[in-house]
Design a protein around this ligand. Structure first.
Ligand code: 5GP
Ligand code: MN
Length: 339
């Protein structure tokens, strides 16, 4: 469906509601939080009561986002619509999803993941660099003026998902969106600083052992975080966030992976790929999702078991060529370099 028709549908729906629930995904990041909060402030300017929900606790690192304290583990009650942001499927919102409750009201799915399952009654799915840019499109379409609050929330989404405008899906459109947000008062350097430069020393105590045991098989480089490592460092699992981006900065790592052992017998898998490769399809095959260059999934099994299954699935996607491991290849095995 054309984007404008979808935006029209969203406008028509929002004209009829007084209360909405805006839901962020589990293990929330800057894009899901910034997108939800930016949307909430914009809808409130229109007189709509916007409530924020997330199944997981929101990280204190994002306390600078206006309205972050309004988040709660809030199920759908008397709201007349649900807006789910930055989630490629409903599993991604964890315990907030309830089949019966969600069947009662329109579900609006606003997301930028190519792996999105179109679970909403209205699906605004555009593969931009961040969901925040899509929310900006919605706000623009609704002719709601930007203010500093909205702009700060949305720019945080753009900055985090593009890793500071460095990912391969950062386009001129992304930069134009950022310019509008900065012009509306979003403090770019403060956001960048808050998002990228506030790691604790405890984080380093976790990354140290993880990095000293880093492993490589062909073009895949990975690190593992076990529950025991978390206990020893005295940190929770969110301290491993960002480790996969760091790993991917080593040129041997055409694919970088961090495997995190969860408490419930599952393993969280976080993957990054160079632009010539695609990790989203393996993530999707394991029940997760994401983008070609950044994807993830949560898989039942022990860490070694999940690691072997993921690596095998990735290797199946391309033909390993031991004589020239660093030559990037397309997924069908053909060389991406010009002949
Ligand atoms: P990250 O590695 O930063 O946690 O996630 C990378 C990308 O993959 C993000 O766009 C994120 O939404 C997606 N992703 C990570 N884990 C999962 C998962 O378990 N399920 C789904 N659907 N997507 C995931
Ligand atoms: Mn996102």
């Amino acid at each position: 469906m054309s984007q404008n028709r979808t935006l029209n549908d969203i406008r028509a729906l929002l004209e009829q509601v007084q209360r909405v629930l805006i839901v962020s995904h589990i293990m929330p990041d800057g894009d899901t939080l910034g997108s939800a909060l930016g949307l909430a402030w914009a809808l409130r300017a229109r007189g709509i009561e916007a409530r924020l929900s997330c199944a997981d606790e929101v990280p204190a690192d994002f306390a600078f986002l206006p309205g972050l304290a309004d988040y709660a583990v809030r199920p759908l009650t008397d709201e007349q619509a649900v807006l789910v942001v930055d989630s490629s499927d409903l599993e991604r919102i964890g315990s907030i999803y309830g089949e019966a409750a969600f069947a009662r009201v329109p579900v609006v799915n606003i997301d930028h993941h190519v792996t999105n399952l179109s679970f909403g009654n209205i699906n605004l799915i555009v593969p931009k660099a961040s969901t925040a840019e899509l929310v900006l499109d919605v706000i623009t379409f609704l002719e709601i003026p930007l203010d500093q609050r909205i702009a700060t929330c949305l720019l945080t989404g753009v900055v985090t998902d593009t890793r500071g405008f460095r990912t391969s899906n950062t386009t001129a459109d992304t930069l134009r969106a950022a310019v509008r947000l900065v012009e509306a008062g979003a403090p770019l350097s403060e956001i960048t600083d808050a998002v990228f430069s506030h790691r604790s020393l405890d984080t380093l105590r976790l990354w140290g052992p993880a990095l000293s045991n880093v492993q490589r098989r062909g073009r895949i480089v990975w690190a593992e975080i076990t529950q025991e490592m978390l206990r020893e460092a005295g940190v929770d699992i969110s301290a491993a966030g960002g480790l996969v981006n760091f790993l991917s900065s080593f040129h041997e790592a055409q694919v970088a992976i961090v495997f995190r052992e969860l408490e419930d017998g599952r393993v969280d898998v976080s993957m990054r790929a160079i632009p010539a490769l695609d990790v989203s399809q393996v993530a999707l095959a394991f029940g997760g999702g994401g983008h070609p260059q950044a994807a993830g999934c949560t898989v039942v099994g022990t860490l070694p078991d999940v690691r072997e299954r993921i690596i095998a699935a990735l290797q199946e996607q391309w033909t390993e060529r031991p004589s020239d491991e660093r030559a990037p290849q397309r997924l069908d095995g053909t060389d991406v370099r010009p002949a």
